[in-house]
Write a protein that binds this ligand. Structure first.
Ligand code: SF4
Length: 435
């Protein structure tokens, strides 16, 4: 039987997953399906916080070319908010049931098929994104803004595993860079500390209420992991310099660093530079599927080496500050993956639990069939799978007290987690962070 359409589909999912807040049910479905690319979105893109496609592109439709003023990015909004503050990432897909319509008087609304859903709000683009650093770099090519509370930095926008034919099968980092260079976007392949400090200072000058409390760093992997650690150390030092210049040294800014699994020396150097938490994305828990989907990581570091590095971060960064992420659903990619949802869930949730018992926070980002990736044309598990996985992750976070970790303490950051829902539980129910 075909799934119901429009709002009835969300009602169906909400009834099936009655212990998940309805907002999270709907957001999960929007993130999986994407948003249709319409003329309204192009108009909003001229004034809203833009998607600079800093590292990955998830749009399955052409976005408009770079404009002379935008220069470093296309006119596409990166996210919108719901009335309750939850952020939802915009990822275009013209076969999605979701569309945003303009309803006059500055109001926008999300529709599923032709059913009106929630009013949505686009945060405006700050001026710093079109300014230049002292060395002349366009600031939107140095850092990205993910909602009003989070700055994002990709130290390197390329991955050396791709060059060796060993890129992760779901990933499109190098194709994204090539496409945006062809489109004429100003793009940097690796960042310099001075440009990062200049950009951080400019961004915080336009943040008089001090809402920007979080910086996330992730980028492509290097074959030489010590070289990668060097780059992250320089980036964290540059951000610290920016914090010192903008607010003095006592300002609490969480710096979350997500390189590939590093050696202990590399991890300790990044901690000493001032990072608050460390994430080494494992992508897939099952060893056999990991080796098939992530050949570069498997050959250069190995599944066991990766896991050891993730767990070692608990000792270095503290309980709850060691993180890993998975690509939710890619463990079912055929022909390598699990054949049934039950088997896939059992495997992935057993990984989450193994890690939670050791003080590691696990999260996942839904597999989006990134354009240009090797898995672009495969079919994905349905929204029900994503919701079962998220419910399992949430229940384990409660069981092992992981919502008490620093990352979930108020103010939580719903904007920067617009493509995942782990922060949203705490945003909707702050008592979870104290439980
Ligand atoms: S290590 Fe894998 S996921 Fe990370 S950038 Fe390289 S190919 Fe992409």
């Amino acid at each position: 039987m075909a799934s119901p359409k429009g709002i009835e589909r969300i009602q169906e999912l909400s009834e099936l997953f009655s212990s998940i807040p309805r907002t999270i049910v709907m957001k999960t479905d929007v993130v999986r399906e994407g948003i249709r690319h319409t003329a309204i979105m192009d108009r909003v893109g001229t004034w809203a916080i833009p998607d600079t496609h800093a590292i990955f592109e998830f749009d399955h439709e052409e976005t408009p070319d770079a404009d002379p003023e935008a220069a470093g990015h296309t006119y596409a909004p990166i996210l919108f908010h719901l009335k309750n503050g939850i952020g939802i990432r915009v990822m275009y897909n013209n076969s999605s049931p979701y569309e945003i319509r303009y309803e006059g008087s500055g109001q926008y609304r999300l529709y599923r098929d032709s059913d009106p859903m929630e009013e949505v709000f686009f945060p405006p683009k700050p001026r710093w994104l079109t300014k230049r650093t002292k060395s002349g770099k366009l600031m939107s090519s140095v850092m990205e803004l993910r909602g009003e509370t989070c700055l994002y930095l990709a130290p390197a926008t390329f991955c050396e595993y791709f060059g060796k034919g060993m890129g992760c099968a779901f990933c499109n980092i190098n194709p994204t860079g090539e496409r945006h260079q062809q489109m004429g976007d100003e793009r940097l392949v690796a960042k310099r500390g001075e440009d990062v400090t200049d950009t951080y200072i400019a961004a915080t000058r336009e943040d008089p209420d001090n809402r920007m409390t979080h910086v996330e760093l992730t980028g492509g992997a290097f074959l030489d992991r010590d070289k990668e650690a060097d780059l992250y150390v320089r980036m964290v030092q540059a951000i610290k310099k920016g914090i010192e210049a903008s607010h003095g040294s006592d300002k609490q800014v969480r710096i979350t660093v997500a390189p590939q699994a590093l050696t202990e020396v590399g991890q300790r150097r990044i901690k000493e530079a001032g990072a608050s938490s460390m994430c080494h994305p494992m992508e897939v828990w099952d060893r056999r599927v990991f080796e098939a989907i992530c050949p570069g990581k498997a050959q250069n570091v190995g599944w066991e080496g990766w896991l050891e590095a993730v767990v070692r971060n608990v000792e270095i960064f503290g309980w709850g500050n060691a993180v890993t992420t998975f690509v939710g659903g890619v463990e079912m990619a055929q022909p390598w993956g699990f054949k049934t949802m039950d088997e896939a869930l059992e495997s992935t949730l057993s990984g989450f639990e193994y890690l939670a018992q050791r003080g590691v926070r696990s999260g996942f980002i839904l597999w989006r069939r990134a354009p240009g990736s090797r898995l672009e044309d495969l079919s994905r598990p349905p929204t029900e799978y994503a919701l079962r996985l998220e419910l399992g992750r949430h229940e384990l976070s409660v069981k092992y007290g992981l919502y008490r970790s620093e990352a979930y303490q108020p103010p939580a950051h719903p904007g920067c987690s617009s493509h995942r829902t782990n922060m949203d539980w705490v945003h909707l129910d702050p008592s979870l962070a104290l439980a």
